[in-house]
Design a protein around this ligand. Sequence first.
Ligand SMILES: Cc1ncc(COP(=O)(O)O)c(C=O)c1O
Length: 366
Amino acid sequence: MSLEFKPYLQGKQSYKGGKSISEVKALVGDKPIYKLSSNENALGSSPKAVAAVQELISSLSIYPDNTDTRFREALSRFYGGKLTPEQFLTTNSGVANIELIIRGFMEEGTNVIYSNPAFGPYKGFPVKLGANAIDIPLTGNNFDMNVKGILDAVNDKTRLIFITSPNNPTGTHLPKGQIDDLINNLPDHLVLVFDEVYYQYADASDFVRPLPYVLEGKNVIGINSFSKAYGLAGLRVGYSYSTPEISNYLRNLRRPFMINSLSMAGAIAALDDDEFIQQTVSLIHKEKQFLYSELDKLGVKYWKTQANFILVKPEISAEAFEDAMVNEGVMVRPVAGFGAPGCIRVTIGKRVANEAFVKAWKKILS
Ligand SMILES: Cc1ncc(COP(=O)(O)O)c(C=O)c1O
């Protein structure tokens, strides 16, 4: 007998993140570097989270709490008691939450539906289980959901549908009407996974979160992360919420001590840091207007955003554009791998970083 390798696990690329600061430093030497490639928080981390982590740093020999009960109770308080602690599933990152959900509901031969341009793991994890990923692309200049296309693609093998609002990498949101239309017509044998990791930045009047649908008892899961507005990407913490039935079921897949003590303490403290979230959101709202006006002056094609990044279409290839930007010390992200060929995604930073991006663009144009 020889080793048996699953065919669908071979030759698959794992998720490719953006370039690291040290890679870019090796290229540009002493020039200042602006990392606008990973949708991190321009203001750093929630100070309350940092203080909580610092307090625990001398207790690393102690295991974290045996359960995440304290964390789920804090989340329940954060949602004003509308959701009970049992409705939360906490994990060491948003993407780990997505992976658990996929493991919980999918297997070889089942189907997931997602809509490109989209975050890669919605397709990446299912295909590594031997499942089928069906792309029903977003449509038109507003990246609308093709509700009819999704409903037509649903069959008895469908286990999960992923939607994202605000969406990565487009920055656009899905209007409430489209989401109602989808949810009101879904059969009971599948779960809608509604990724809202950028929700804090959204201000459109027809923006809606997964919360009201979960409160109605629909088979909906809301995905969240502490990597974005809370500025804790390095800690790796995320959570989801759903009906008690779904969350209790998925909790069976959690590893013991899944979230390390520093991450759990940081996340709990961050939930209390309204001031930091307000500062973050007001910076993004102000700076997106600055970038819109500069991009308009340059005559660049871009999409208005409900998140902390902007999708832009340079006139040269996205890869050549990324290289030229990197030479100027500005890191941006080509997003062909997200299903948006020819485009790049730029994270909204502080004014100095946004100015560096605009200045580099002018230099590339000339
Ligand atoms: C749409 C979306 N969902 C989920 C995540 C996962 O975030 P994390 O794994 O850092 O918590 C990201 C991160 O980029 C994202 O853009």
